[in-house]
Design a binder for this molecule. Structure first.
Ligand SMILES: CC(C)(COP(=O)(O)OP(=O)(O)OC[C@H]1O[C@@H](n2cnc3c(N)ncnc32)[C@H](O)[C@@H]1OP(=O)(O)O)[C@@H](O)C(=O)NCCC(=O)NCCS
Length: 440
């Protein structure tokens, strides 16, 4: 039916509505969480990109996220050292810092920090969504120690994190401040050390129990959207090549090993990349976690809502046989689900007929947004393995619309009379489903 002009929603508004609906659960989830956001000094070299990042960071802070920013300053330091004909040497990707370099390093780090504070202050004064006094704040939250001598090379005033003053940091974050943490740290005797931004970010994220550590960086092509610790190494090139990305990925790995649940790597030049990664289900960057982000597992009662949301539309269309919530509760141990970051995006069930040494596969569904990724194939494999382990010799299923899918996976037609007698009694001749079987 044609809609009258007054009720027709323009396409751009529809996108906005859809985007808002999808974002709200993430806005709620992240409200009050602590994110440590780190980036190399390279991020400041493209003023346009950097201003967009600052705008998005302030928006995130305005949505209730507590932010600690950790900017690096390596290119700015190199530039100052070169301009003064000072040596610029590294060992194991750590700067060799003679005392004479420290004033230049302090100057470079300070200039980066001031630039960020100035951009932040301008944007924070415009953002007043929470009505609370947000401000940018710097502080002495890190106690440092010298790295010392490595492989016989004295690293001089290059430092390591000795301690993070978590109480002071938490207090600052409680007051809605955006904290900008410098990479200069002081020893208890007042000596100043040059720290790596990555180490500072890792230490802060681990010690304050941050919900996320985020790197705004450059991303290589074809980097997957999720990486577990086991998969990180494949993407880590020679650590001697101090490329921005590999430094950040190596840091992501260390942070996860230290207990940070999620580390995100986001393209710092992608307009809105930070918002897409944080407020949409699939994001646009790469998330490093200890456990897989998506996994197949047995269903529990907590999954009933998710399973119903998947199967109900198909039941209404007649693709699947109707199951009530009560029936699903009784049969929940028959189900497996694909859990994607807490959301059920796929399910399937296995109903054994032990006397006939067979089992029925049923309710195989993958959410439309995630189809064509091999997920149904993996669910099928998982159930077939379960059936094999239970000592069964074959599996069968009834289908009206996905016949081709099962034929391609080794299933061949069965007569209804070949099904277990108990199942034949329940066969619905009105549905006229076709039966398929597969030996295990
Ligand atoms: C059938 C279904 C589970 C497949 O999920 P999926 O995750 O996309 O499957 P996979 O990625 O493992 O395999 C996809 C391949 O299966 C085949 N396939 C998928 N659906 C098919 C269908 N209805 N008929 C024939 N072949 C099909 C195609 O070859 C497809 O390849 P393509 O990605 O190159 O197009 C999904 O489409 C779905 O949920 N459908 C609605 C519920 C349903 O019909 N369930 C089966 C009855 S219990």
């Amino acid at each position: 039916m044609a809609q009258s002009p007054s009720t027709k929603t323009p396409r751009s508004s529809q996108e906005l509505v859809r985007g808002l609906r999808n974002a709200v659960p993430y806005i709620r989830e992240h409200d009050g969480q602590v994110f440590v956001v780190a980036f190399g000094g390279e991020a400041l070299t493209d003023a346009q990109c950097f201003q967009r990042l600052i705008r998005d960071l302030v928006l995130i802070a305005d949505l209730g996220v507590r932010l600690v920013l950790v900017p690096g300053a390596r290119p700015q330091i190199n530039q100052r050292l070169h301009a003064q004909n000072q040596p610029c040497a590294f060992h194991q990707n750590l700067r060799i810092t003679p005392e004479s370099a420290m004033p230049l390093i302090a100057e470079a780090v300070g200039a980066v920090q001031l630039e960020i504070i100035s951009w932040l202050s301008a944007r924070l004064s415009l953002a007043s969504g929470t009505g609370l006094a947000q401000r940018a704040l710097t502080g002495n939250f890190i106690t440092a120690r010298p790295v010392g001598v490595i492989d016989g090379v004295d690293l001089g005033y290059t430092g390591a994190v000795r301690r993070v003053d978590t109480a002071a940091l938490h207090a600052a974050l409680q007051h809605e401040a955006v904290v900008v943490q410098s990479t200069l740290g002081f020893s208890p005797t007042g000596e100043m050390f040059n720290l790596r931004a990555e180490e500072v970010a890792e230490a802060i994220a681990a010690s304050v129990g941050a919900d996320k550590l985020i790197y705004l960086t450059t991303l290589p092509e074809h980097l997957p959207s999720t990486l577990t610790l086991d998969e990180v190494d494949r993407w880590l090139p020679d650590p001697e090549q101090a490329a921005e990305f590999s430094g950040h990925l190596a840091s992501a790995r260390r942070a996860v090993e230290q207990g940070v649940a999620r580390v995100h790597l986001i393209d710092r030049c992608m307009d809105g990349g930070l918002l897409i990664e944080l407020y949409t289900r699939d994001g646009c960057g790469t998330m490093v976690t200890k456990e897989p982000y998506e996994q197949i597992r047995p269903a529990s009662l907590d999954d009933i809502g998710g399973i119903l949301a998947l199967i109900e539309p198909l039941e209404r269309e007649g693709v699947l046989v109707r199951r009530s919530r009560e029936q699903l509760e009784l049969e929940i141990e028959r189900f497996i689900v694909i859990d994607r970051d807490g959301d059920v995006i796929g399910c399937a069930a296995l109903y054994p007929f032990p006397a006939e040494k067979t089992a029925e596969l049923a309710a195989l569904v993958v959410h439309p947004a995630y189809q064509h990724g091999g997920r149904a194939g993996r669910l099928l494999q998982y159930l077939e393995d379960m059936a094999r382990q239970a000592g069964l010799e074959s599996v069968f299923l009834l289908s009206t619309q996905s016949i081709g899918f099962f034929k391609e996976r080794g299933f061949t037609p069965l007569e209804i009379s070949e099904l277990p007698p108990q199942r034949q009694q329940l066969y619905n001749y009105k549905r006229n489903s076709l039966a398929f079987g597969k030996p295990l």
